[in-house]
Design a protein around this ligand. Sequence first.
Ligand SMILES: *[C@@H]1O[C@H](CO)[C@@H](O)[C@H](O)[C@H]1NC(C)=O
Ligand SMILES: *[C@@H]1O[C@H](CO)[C@@H](O)[C@H](O)[C@H]1NC(C)=O
Ligand SMILES: *[C@@H]1O[C@H](CO)[C@@H](O)[C@H](O)[C@H]1NC(C)=O
Ligand SMILES: *[C@@H]1O[C@H](CO)[C@@H](O)[C@H](O)[C@H]1NC(C)=O
Ligand SMILES: [Zn+2]
Length: 420
Amino acid sequence: MMEGLLFLGFVAVISEAAPVELYSRDKVLRLKPENEQHLQFLRNVSLPEQVDFWKPACAELVTTNGTVDIRVPADWVAKLQSELEKIALKYEVLTEDLQILIENQFDQRSTRDIHYNYEAYHSWNEIESWTARIAEENPDLVSRMEIGKTYEGRSIYLLWVGNRTGAEKPAIFMDCGIHAREWISPAFCQWFVKEVVESYNSIPLITTLFNQLDFLVVPVINVDGYIYSWTKNRLWRKTRSKNPGSGCVGTDPNRNFDAKWCTLGSSSDPCSEIYCGPHVESEKEVIAVADFIRNHSSIIKAYLTIHSYSQLLLYPYSYDNSLPFHHKELDDLAWNAVEKLRSLYDTKYTYGPGASTIYIASGGSDDWAYDLGIKYSFTFELRDTGQYGFLLPESQIKPTCEETMLAVYHITHYVLDHLY
Ligand SMILES: *[C@@H]1O[C@H](CO)[C@@H](O)[C@H](O)[C@H]1NC(C)=O
Ligand SMILES: *[C@@H]1O[C@H](CO)[C@@H](O)[C@H](O)[C@H]1NC(C)=O
Ligand SMILES: *[C@@H]1O[C@H](CO)[C@@H](O)[C@H](O)[C@H]1NC(C)=O
Ligand SMILES: *[C@@H]1O[C@H](CO)[C@@H](O)[C@H](O)[C@H]1NC(C)=O
Ligand SMILES: [Zn+2]
C-alpha cells in the first residue's frame, strides 16, 4: 500500500518536471556553410531527419554565409563532426548537453506565490486563469473574448486592452505563441498587458495612449502546441492537427496564411517543420486570427507578431524579395524601434525585410496582414542569438520584456501620430 502511493507520487512529480522526449547529450551546433558543397551536405543530413534544424527551420532555407543552428542527436555527434571536418564546414558547439538545458528550465522555475510571477514561464492552465483574472480585476481597461477554438478544442483568447471611451478607436493587434517552443513570446504578451495595467493610472503618457487606442493581444495562438511543448516535447513548433495519410502531426501556422501560400520557403511535406498545411487557412488557429483581423480591419492600424529567437525586427516581405510600397517608412520605423530597444541593455537587433534579413518564407502572418492593408506590420524575433535559443532562461524574461516594451511603445506612438 505504502509502496503503491509512493510510486504514484513519484510518477506525478516526473510528469510535471519535464517533457518525456529526451535529448540527453544531444548538442546544438552552429554551422557556417560557405559553398555549394556545404549546402548539399546540409540537405543530405536533413533528409533522414538525423538532425533537427533550429535556425533556419529546415535545410531548404539554408544559404551560404549565413549561420545555421542544428540539434544533433548524441549518437550522431562524433560522426557528424568528423564529416564536417572532412568538408571543412566550420562550426561551433552552442550547447553541450541539451537535456541539461531543458531540465534546468523546468527545475529552476521560480516558486509561485499568490501574485502572478511575470518572470516565470507559465503552463497553459496558468495562462488561461491569468487571462480571466486580469480582465476581472481591470474591468475598465481589459476585457477577454474567445476568438476561436484550437484543433483540440481549447479556447483561443484575445485581451482587448484600452479605456472603453465609447468612441471607435484605432487599434494595434499583437499575437504571441504562434510557434509552440518559443516560450519567451507568450511571456512577453503577458508582461505587456501587466505593464499597461500597472502604468495606466500612474503614468499620464500611458493613460493618454490607452484613451486614444486599443491593444488587441492574443497571448497564445497555438495553445495545443504550447501544451505539447510543456508535456511531451519541449522543442515542438507546429500545431497538433492530424495529417491524413501521414504519421507526422501538425502544420506550421506561420506558413498557413494566405500570402503566396506554399510557394517559396515552405514545404508541402507534412513531416516538415515548415509544412504549409493541406490548404490555405487549414488550421483553426490561423482562421481564428485571420477572421478576427478581417472583421476588424477598419480599426487595426498595426500588426505585431512575436517570435524567438535571433534578435530581429522584420517587416514585409518574406514571401519573396520584392519590397513593400512603404519600404522606406517601415525601414526608418524599424531602425528607430531597435535603437530604443538597444538603449536599455545594449541588446543589438538586426532589422529589414524578412526575405533578405532572415530567409524567404511564404504564408506568414505579417505579409498577409500587410497585403490586407495593415501598413505597420512587424515580426519580432526576441532574444537571444543562440546561446540558449528556444531555452532562454527565466532570468532573461525581465530584461527581454523591458527592452521589447520600448520598441513596442515606440511603434505605438508612431502609429498614433501617423493614422491612416
Ligand atoms: C562566402 O564566404 C566566402 C569566404 O569568406 C567567400 O569566398 C564567398 O564569396 C562568400 N559567398 C557569398 C555567396 O557571399
Ligand atoms: C549528398 O548525397 C548525394 C546522394 O547520396 C551524394 O552523391 C553526395 O556526394 C552527397 N553530398 C555531400 C556533400 O555529402
Ligand atoms: C476613460 O474614458 C472616459 C470616457 O472618455 C473618461 O471619462 C475617463 O477619464 C478615462 N479614464 C482615464 C483614466 O483617463
Ligand atoms: C467575423 O464576422 C463574421 C461575419 O459577421 C462572423 O460570422 C464571425 O464570427 C466573426 N469572427 C470573428 C473572429 O470575429
Ligand atoms: Zn517563430
